[in-house]
Write a protein that binds this ligand. Structure first.
Ligand SMILES: Cc1cc2nc3c(=O)[nH]c(=O)nc-3n(C[C@H](O)[C@H](O)[C@H](O)COP(=O)(O)O)c2cc1C
Length: 165
């Protein structure tokens, strides 16, 4: 893997997240959890390159997002959908996701990604907010929250982007 600038990404970040999905992994090499995400964004805020990720309260990964400063987003160029299906439907509270999927964790400094990832963002938490329904201007958005499990949005500074071509 070699480091690139986020501005040199060849793929659309919208496609990377919405269609190809990503693994959001929080924690360090000795204590981490990962889950699949397909909502989020990449952009610019406070003069920094950032990602936005959205994590519901019941996710085990959220405990790691709260506990640790860094997280990664790992992208697989449309591959690893079976593995991401497992990581997106089962909880790390109940299974060992690496053992179940064969995903092999790799340390990126204090953070963790996986051997088969094609693009890895290493991010540092900058801010977080809980979504609240009074902010929904389009009433149809509420249909995403029938259990009132409003996402917590985390803004992460993209510290490094690694790409395997
Ligand atoms: C394609 C896909 C996208 C998902 N996107 C999100 C997301 O953006 N935010 C979220 O909170 N959960 C999302 N999920 C659900 C979590 O990945 C899922 O609940 C997972 O089992 C949580 O694992 P954990 O309890 O180990 O954290 C998604 C699931 C799938 C299959």
């Amino acid at each position: 893997m070699h480091e690139i600038s986020v501005k040199d990404l060849q793929a659309s970040p919208v496609k990377m997240i919405a269609d190809d999905w990503a693994l959001l992994t929080a924690g360090n090499p000795s204590d981490f959890n990962t889950m699949t995400v397909s909502w989020g964004g990449v952009g610019e805020l406070w003069g920094r390159d950032v990602v936005f990720v959205f994590v519901r309260p019941q996710r085990y990964t959220r405990e790691f997002m709260e506990k640790y400063d860094r997280f990664t987003l790992s992208f697989f160029d449309g591959g690893c959908k079976t593995e991401m299906g497992v990581c997106g439907s089962k909880s790390g509270r109940d299974i060992d996701k690496c053992a179940e999927t064969g995903l092999k964790p790799v340390a990126f400094g204090d953070a963790v990604s996986f051997e088969t990832a094609k693009t890895v963002f290493v991010c540092k938490k900058l801010a977080k907010w809980d979504l609240t329904p009074d902010g929904f201007l389009d009433p149809s958005i509420a249909a995403n929250y029938t259990a009132e499990d409003y996402h917590r949005m985390y803004v992460g500074e993209i510290e490094h982007v690694y790409r395997c071509d």
